[in-house]
Design a protein around this ligand. Structure first.
Ligand code: NAD
Ligand code: TYD
Length: 337
């Protein structure tokens, strides 16, 4: 089988490519990535010599580049996206261009080249926010109600993907997953930002009261879920993917990291809240469990400790990532802290 993985140089995409080369060594993988600030070929250093792996630099919103890359491909796994909420608040335009226009360009090419499956990677953020006291969770029937330019652009892409199934019969699947964590995550997201700031002796910025709840999914569990959907998922279906955490808030996550790194809470700095900040995400993953036999296997505490250790042992990687461009973004987002 030939896979075109878009956004394969990012956090989840690079973990997915590594996972796929190990679990399906006979398959050919083409990694199509624009190499934005978040794309980093160092994430795939151990894979790049694999003869079944090819990197193609390209933008998913460029129809000519996409058509060239897609010829002969069986499955597209679309990770390519602008992925950070705070950046979408600072500058929404690239989110619309990549997440919506780029996805539509890919869909057109998938149709033209009769792709066997278009696997679209989306987020639980399309559903908006739960209330802290809610016992209910997001599931495949939850209405879309996005609140940030990021989640609105991902919602737009989901609607387009589904429309190509209903209108043109394109064989698609969509997955809506919760917050991933693990190695190679760009240190703009909460967990790697906190770990690397602590390792650098810096403050840890907490938005608002810190009592926002996320559902944490270890990246390898996510990769396994995508694998099952590609192999066994029913065409046209959507699957929600979540982790093993029960209503853990940001402050508790940060305190766990501080505890593992042997630091006290004096490094915590409460900063201005994110506008439109969603209070809580929580995923009901019973559909993918019942239909495809998937459950998350990686507990939060154990794999958070593993992830912290990975960042401790790979300081060269994240020190290079925290470059001039990163520092410029950091100052814009956090001021002088
Ligand atoms: P990331 O920001 O780490 O990586 C995105 C990758 O896409 C980068 O390699 C970047 O260079 C590439 N890219 C961006 N624009 C492109 C374009 N126009 N053409 C080609 N490549 C482009 O993101 P991630 O955290 O790995 O997320 C991957 C996908 O999973 C995204 O679609 C995101 O919305 C979704 N998702 C992520 C999370 C999470 O917690 N990280 C949770 C739910 C869903
Ligand atoms: P983030 O990793 O940006 O993921 P998302 O917003 O897509 O869920 O943020 C996770 C949570 O952590 C979210 O509630 C915002 C919060 N947060 C902070 O408190 N401080 C920070 O510096 C960042 C980046 C996030």
């Amino acid at each position: 089988m030939k896979l075109l993985v878009t956004g394969g140089a990012g956090f989840i995409g690079s973990n997915f490519i590594r996972y796929w080369t190990v679990n399906h060594p006979d398959d050919e993988i083409f990694n199509f990535d624009k190499l934005t600030y978040a794309g980093n070929l160092e994430n795939l250093k151990d894979v790049e010599k694999n003869p079944k792996y090819t990197f193609i630099k390209g933008d998913i919103s460029n129809p000519d580049k996409v058509k060239k890359a897609i010829d002969g491909v069986d499955v597209i796994v679309n990770f390519a996206a602008e992925s950070h909420v705070d950046r979408s608040i600072l500058e929404p335009a690239p989110f619309v261009m990549t997440n919506i226009v780029g996805t539509q360009v890919l869909l057109d090419a998938a149709l033209k080249f009769k792709i066997k499956r278009f696997m679209h990677i989306s987020t639980d953020e399309v559903f908006g926010s739960l209330k802290l006291k809610d016992k209910s969770k997001f599931n495949e029937r939850t209405n879309y109600n996005p609140t940030s330019p990021y989640s609105a652009s991902k919602a737009g892409s989901d609607h387009l993907v589904r429309s190509y199934y209903f209108t043109y019969g394109l064989p698609i699947n969509i997955s809506n997953c919760s917050n991933n964590f693990g190695p190679y995550q760009f240190p703009e997201k909460l967990i790697p930002l906190v770990i690397t700031n602590i390792l650098e002796g810096k403050k840890v910025p907490v938005y608002g009261d810190g009592l926002y709840v996320r559902d944490w999914l270890y990246v390898e569990d996510h990769c396994r879920a995508i694998d099952l959907i590609i192999k066994k998922g029913k065409i046209g279906e959507t699957y929600c993917i979540g982790g093993l955490t029960e209503d853990i808030n940001n402050l508790s996550v940060i305190k766990k990291i501080l505890n593992i790194l042997g630091k006290d809470e004096s490094v915590i700095e409460y900063v201005k809240d994110r506008p439109g900040h969603d209070r809580k995400y929580s995923i009901d993953w019973s559909k993918i469990k019942n239909e495809l036999g998937w459950s998350p296997l990686h507990s939060f505490d154990e794999w958070l400790a593993y992830t912290i250790n990975w960042y401790k042992e790979n300081q060269d990687w994240w020190k290079r990532v925290k470059n001039k461009e990163y520092i410029k973004y950091y100052k814009k987002q956090y001021g002088s802290i």
